[in-house]
Design a protein around this ligand. Structure first.
Ligand SMILES: C[S@@+](CC[C@H](N)C(=O)[O-])C[C@H]1O[C@@H](n2cnc3c(N)ncnc32)[C@H](O)[C@@H]1O
Length: 501
């Protein structure tokens, strides 16, 4: 007999729940569910007791960590324990996305969202108390450790630790192997010391900035409310400063280091797609200028890939030291200033590197800035550019959340990618928005975070077009990459016959 995998079993639960909901809707003469309806559905009315089978099918589909009829703890205890005994992880039953929106009770969603900040707080507790590292470094990670023991080593109250850990277990970060004994799950391994997830989550200030974000947007002072200055955002409200994030970090080296690690984490997760999905070898022989190149991970890769190219990492003076150390660490054989150099260069000053066959790269830079600043940055590059210069904006293209009908001849679906080596994005299938809805949540959350930090944002293609044409540049091509980013290749517009350069 075929042994079913966890994926097989979860699919069965999913199909069973959907089939049941469909059947119950028909049996009870309810209207069809739609995420695009502008009317409430009878199932949204919490004062009506749903038929038991429909109620339970919805609970199965949501894999909900709580419900109206179960108290938080009793439900979590039963459910988490049962699931960890059967070797399954709760988080995998928690189906996100379109299906969640379609079937979840709107009030439950409100409760879940209004308390969602606790997930971040509980993760902070897990990490900052050292509990996560205790769980990661134990001799037998699969056995787990009783919360009482963890609390004693961390010097915190176990009465407070247990609800924190159980909540995290319900969200998939931990599993409760027996009552009050927890172990890490696959998801939580990303939070171990040295991993990108840990670097990203430990950058200081995220909770403070997200709280102050409300005050940024709804500020009583209209000068603030309508300000798009990079130094009038939630960050300044949270840290009581009038400096931009980068100016502030200049004077706070410890935070600067943590920030650099978190930026690097985002860079790392997008790196594979940038390298794999663009034909970089076609640029061998070009001079590549990595503007605001940070610690220079992309530049180091490019100099290794392109033996006839020169690569220059530019950034703020205080970041240059990090980049130099990084180059020395990763390429001990290379002499700085030979094929790779690091130099201080302000994005808002004229670009000194100019000449034939140049590529200016702006990776994850423009999303940090409001439109006016982006236009100024691009104008400096446009002024330094020649006819054959390429300007690469490597940033996300944040599709709107609209439904889009793709003409049949242009459709790409999963079947088209069978055995494909070249990456192509699939077209959104029916009822899935252009940005794939909840799949875009990390990027859209980052977009809001950019607003809170700098009045920056992730941009849609039409928003990119505004900024690029505002700087007097043309778009030559757009390359989609795996890992949320794209390369928007820009160039000078063709010269008119009567123009002299
Ligand atoms: C989000 S990071 C991106 C770094 C790098 N391109 C990457 O992808 O890892 C933004 C970078 O812009 C740099 N930066 C900020 N303001 C700058 C300025 N006025 N001139 C030059 N660099 C600046 C920061 O120091 C930081 O390294």
């Amino acid at each position: 007999m075929k042994t079913l995998s966890e994926l097989d079993i979860l699919q069965q639960h999913l199909n069973n729940a959907i089939d049941t909901i469909r059947d119950e809707i028909k049996r009870n003469n309810l209207p069809p569910l739609s995420n695009y309806s502008t009317e409430p559905h009878p199932m949204d009315d919490a004062s009506i007791a749903l038929p038991p089978r429909l109620y339970e099918a919805r609970r199965l589909l949501m894999g909900k960590p709580y419900s109206a009829t179960f108290s938080w703890f009793s439900f979590s205890e039963t459910f988490c324990t049962v699931y960890s005994f059967s070797g399954m992880q709760f988080e995998k039953a928690f189906l996100q996305g379109q299906l969640q929106c379609l079937v979840q009770s709107p009030f439950d969603r409100v409760v879940e969202q209004s308390l969602s900040g606790y997930e971040s707080s509980c993760l902070q507790i897990l990490i900052r108390s050292g509990v996560l590292d205790q769980l990661a470094e134990t001799d037998d990670p699969s056995a787990g450790i009783p919360a009482q023991e963890l609390a004693k080593v961390a010097d915190i109250d176990s009465w407070k630790l247990v609800p924190v850990m159980r909540y995290l277990a319900s969200q998939g970060w931990l599993s409760e192997v027996k009552e009050d004994t927890f172990r890490l799950t696959r998801l939580a391994l990303e939070l171990r010391w040295g991993n990108n997830g840990r670097n990203w989550i430990t950058t200081p200030g995220k909770p403070e900035i997200s709280t102050a974000f409300v005050k940024q947007v709804l500020n009583e002072d209209p000068n603030w409310r309508y300000s798009r200055q990079p130094n009038q955002a939630a960050y300044q409200l949270a840290f009581n400063t009038d400096q931009t994030v980068f100016e502030y970090l200049k004077h706070h080296p410890k935070e600067r280091h943590l920030w650099a690690m978190s930026i690097q984490a985002w860079g790392d997760i997008t790196y594979v797609g940038i390298i794999a999905d663009y034909p970089w070898s076609s640029l061998d022989g070009y001079t590549l200028v990595d503007c605001a190149g940070g610690q220079g991970k992309l530049s180091i890769a490019l100099v290794k890939m392109l033996p006839n190219s020169q690569v220059i990492i530019q950034d703020r003076e205080e970041v240059g030291t990090l980049a130099k150390n990084n180059v020395k660490h990763n390429m001990p054989e290379v002499i700085l200033g030979d094929r790779i150099s690091v130099e201080a260069q302000d994005l808002f000053m004229p670009q000194p590197r100019s000449g034939p066959k140049h590529v200016y790269i702006l990776k994850l830079v423009l999303h940090d800035w409001p439109d006016l600043e982006c236009i100024t940055i691009l104008q400096h590059l446009a002024k330094a550019a020649r006819e054959d210069t390429k300007i690469f904006i490597i940033d996300a293209i944040s599709e709107p959340c609209t439904l889009r009908t793709v003409p049949e001849s242009e459709k790409v679906d999963l079947k088209d990618l069978e055995y494909a080596e070249e990456y192509r994005k699939i077209s959104p299938p029916a009822f899935i928005p252009a940005n794939f809805g909840c799949s875009a949540k990390p990027l859209l959350a980052l977009s809001v975070h950019m607003l809170g930090l700098f009045n920056g944002r992730e941009r849609s293609m039409s928003e990119w077009e505004t900024v690029i044409s505002g700087a007097g540049l043309d778009i030559a091509a757009v390359h989609g990459l795996r890992g949320t980013l794209s390369i928007i290749e820009c160039q000078l517009p063709p010269r008119k016959d009567n123009e002299f350069h």
